[in-house]
Design a protein around this ligand. Structure first.
Ligand code: FAD
Length: 573
């Protein structure tokens, strides 16, 4: 894979005219970049923060079959997401895992035995669910034995249906890496501050601001796609094309609780006292619960879990799990994201469709709005079809048909075929050759899939460097020694596998700031807050060295993490 750092050579590559500029590095923009480069387009993506720093790291992390869309009779959507889910599982097995979800049927709840049974039956057919994954209705006793914490007074029975778990930010990263490996360019910390037009008023590129250096540059492109999720209307305003069709922001919050306080062995989709439904999902020794769905009018730059969001979810937990009596201090962390929905007059937040829509402005700016993480590949196909039609108009370029349905993503090379064998082999190597615990070897594989081999190579390099240093010190009989000046670096406060992981993400996954690593690449802030806090100084020190920051720059790029810690301390203490 090419070196991804934005060095001078990289900036030079921005010269000349691109076929396509994609604005926004969430899952929507990433999917479009991946599709476009596979159709032979010269494509570039720019993201103003880190990749997936918007909604795409703040979802429920499910590849949905779309059960809840049945309520709104969106049969087409259920069918599409069901099909997309199967494709994604085939192409990205290291990040997409089938998970049985329990739907308890409770007294006074949203669903009874008949509606649940029919609804899931229909969902299984529409979403093309495999025979062995189809719904199973449960008795009251079976339901309580699966999740004994449920209130026995309320439970009348249950149903099991299939969902797929993922990691949204990692999925976005793997899509971007796949696109880059095929020749696309992608830059984080690069903001579109203005659009460029030709004499006829057609959009032909953008002015970019490099947030690391403060420099700006012009980038020319024949087609421009606005894939900025909750921000799409800002770009449409920049293009003077904002009309009555607007984005409606709703906020969704999740809380993370340790398994010792919320010992849940099975994922569950359950009723809230106000007639909604939320998920509780076990992951990495924690249980995460969400989501809320409330109108949002605040700043998009700092979307926070507020005390009322926290209290709402705690009430929902108490409603069905009264024996837990959880206090705010037992919440370890959480996240809040904004749904970029397409406004529908007169509809309540939970009734607005989750469908995507493409707007074409008079200048030719293509905006893709709404949608789901699950359907990103199909959304990209529709968008790039339109790009190709635009490019074809000038007879300048012909696109090949969309191929992404058959392309495994980075980290899942070879797709789902014989994937389990590869997984076992890589985990075995981690344990035997690199002395990792089984838990750690599994964790690395679940994040990086088959690319974990590159992390192993870095661990070997680090270990060799430290062996050489030890020999040198023994020969010289020195005890008080400086750290070795190796290519990778070494740190007394961080294990070699963690340092190798950091280095890998810095070299190959565009990590620039501590938050890129601790939030988006590893999810440590959410799922292991204490380790996150512990290693933050070391991560920051290494990145300061590798990025060549001075003290002022270090403080600036540490800020996102510090604010997260401070906010968490006020909310979860
Ligand atoms: P974003 O991820 O927000 O990306 C847009 C990017 O554009 C941002 O990173 C932003 O920094 C960048 N940007 C903005 N302005 C500029 C500019 N001027 N220049 C450069 N870059 C710019 N979907 C599912 O399928 N499954 C789920 O379980 C699920 N759960 C959800 C739970 C919640 C609480 C929420 C809020 C959503 C959920 N969704 C789920 C929906 C899904 O997360 C979103 O549809 C998806 O992440 C949107 O991705 P995006 O790329 O369109 O937007």
């Amino acid at each position: 894979m090419a070196d991804l750092k934005p060095d001078q050579g990289f900036i030079d590559q921005l010269k000349g005219e691109f076929d396509l500029l994609v604005i926004g590095g969430g899952i929507t923009g990433a999917g479009i970049l991946w599709d476009a480069v596979n159709r032979g387009l010269r494509a570039v993506l720019v993201e103003k923060g880190d990749f997936a720093s918007g909604t795409s790291s703040r979802s429920t992390k499910l590849i949905h079959g779309g059960l809840r869309y049945l309520e709104q009779f969106e049969f087409g959507l259920v069918k599409e997401v069901g099909r997309e889910r199967a494709i994604l599982y085939r192409n990205c097995p290291h990040l997409v895992h089938p998970e049985k979800m329990l739907l308890p049927l409770i007294r006074g709840g949203k669903l009874n035995r008949l509606t649940a049974s029919f609804g899931i039956w229909l969902y299984d057919r529409l979403a093309g669910v495999k025979r062995n994954e189809r719904r199973r209705m449960l008795s009251r006793e079976e339901t309580l034995s699966l999740v004994p914490l449920l209130d026995p007074e309320k439970v009348m029975g249950g149903a099991l249906y299939i969902e797929y778990r993922t990691d949204d930010a990692r999925l976005t990263m793997e899509v971007i890496k796949s696109a880059v490996a095929h020749g696309a360019l992608a830059m984080n910390y690069t903001e579109v501050i203005d659009l460029l037009y030709d004499g006829a008023g057609r959009v032909k590129g953008a002015h970019l601001l490099d947030k690391r250096t403060g420099e700006s540059m012009a980038l020319n492109a024949k087609a421009v796609v606005n894939a900025t999720g909750p921000w799409v209307d800002f770009l449409r305003r920049m293009d003077h094309s904002l009309d009555d069709k607007r984005i409606h922001w709703t906020k969704g919050v999740h809380l993370v609780i340790d398994q010792k306080d919320f010992p849940l062995a099975h994922s569950i989709y359950f009723d809230t006292p106000d007639g909604r439904m939320v998920f509780a999902i076990p992951r990495d020794g924690k249980t995460y619960v969400g989501t809320t769905d409330t109108d949002y009018k605040g700043s998009l730059e700092e979307v926070r879990v507020e005390s009322e969001d926290r209290d709402y979810l705690l009430r929902a937990i108490r409603h069905l799990f009264p024996s837990l009596s959880l206090a705010p201090s037992q919440v370890e962390s959480g996240w809040a994201g904004i749904r970029p929905l397409i406004h529908e007059e007169g509809k309540g937040v939970s009734e607005i469709s989750r469908k995507d829509e493409i707007f074409l402005s008079p200048s030719g700016l293509i905006t893709i709005a709404g949608g789901k993480l699950t359907a990103f590949r199909k959304m990209a196909e529709r968008t790039v079809d339109l790009v190709c039609a635009q490019l074809g108009m000038g007879k300048e370029k012909r696109c090949t048909p969309c191929r992404t349905e058959y392309l495994p993503l980075s980290g899942s090379e070879g797709g789902v075929e014989r994937f389990e064998e590869k997984e076992k082999e890589m985990i075995r190597r981690g344990i035997e050759e690199f002395e990792l615990t089984e838990k750690r070897a599994r964790e690395l594989f679940s994040r990086y899939g088959t690319n974990v081999g590159e992390i192993y190579a870095l661990i070997r390099k680090l270990n060799q460097a430290s062996d050489r240093e030890e020999e040198r010190l023994i020969e010289k009989n020195e005890t008080n020694h400086p750290l070795p000046d190796s290519d990778v670096g070494k740190d007394e406060g961080i294990s070699s596998d963690l340092l190798a992981e950091l280095r890998y993400t810095w070299e190959k996954e565009f990590v620039y700031t501590p938050a890129d690593f601790l939030i988006r690449r590893t999810g440590l802030l959410f799922f292991n807050r204490s380790l996150c806090r512990e290693i933050f100084p070391f991560v920051s020190e290494r990145l300061t060295e590798w990025n060549g920051w001075n003290e002022r720059e270090r403080r600036r790029w540490e800020e996102e993490m510090i604010k997260e810690f401070e906010w968490g301390d006020t909310l979860y203490a």
